[in-house]
Design a protein around this ligand. Structure first.
Ligand SMILES: [Zn+2]
Length: 134
């Protein structure tokens, strides 16, 4: 049931400053979010959440690499890589952890967790695909 959007809704809002959002016109039962590289199912589009009123954010890391990100309540098809860190966090005071695809192992985003939030994930838009299925 990891990819049943109803489960995500039952978990409630992911944090004090994150609000659950539903993509207008999208039937959550017939959409899924896949890794663009290998097709592994990572999450459901209906799990999008907002920070500061937006689900899409752009951030630049200390190396100067810029990422366009979309926020989700969870991405159970990803797995964490490395230890969480609060250094240079894009969403302070949340600590971040690299997320890689559970299928191909490629970097697909980050998980953010903090004392005031139950956490959310930021996935790299160009590394994911949202698709309908029958
Ligand atoms: Zn993959």
């Amino acid at each position: 049931m990891l990819f049943d959007a109803g489960d995500a809704a039952a978990d409630g809002a992911p944090g004090t400053h994150a609000t659950a959002g539903v993509v207008p016109g999208v039937d959550a039962r017939r959409w899924r979010l896949r890794c663009r590289g290998c097709g592994h199912v990572l999450a459901a589009p209906a799990w999008r959440v907002q920070i500061d009123g937006r689900e899409r954010h752009e951030r630049t890391n200390p190396l100067g690499l810029r990422f366009a990100l979309r926020l989700y309540a969870a991405a159970p098809g990803c797995r964490g890589s490395g230890a969480p860190s609060a250094a240079h966090s894009w969403f302070p005071p949340c600590a971040w952890q690299v997320l890689v695809c559970g299928g191909c192992g490629e970097h697909r985003g980050w998980r953010f967790d903090g004392a005031a939030t139950s956490g959310f994930v930021a996935l790299i838009i160009e590394a994911i695909v949202e698709e309908a299925y029958e």
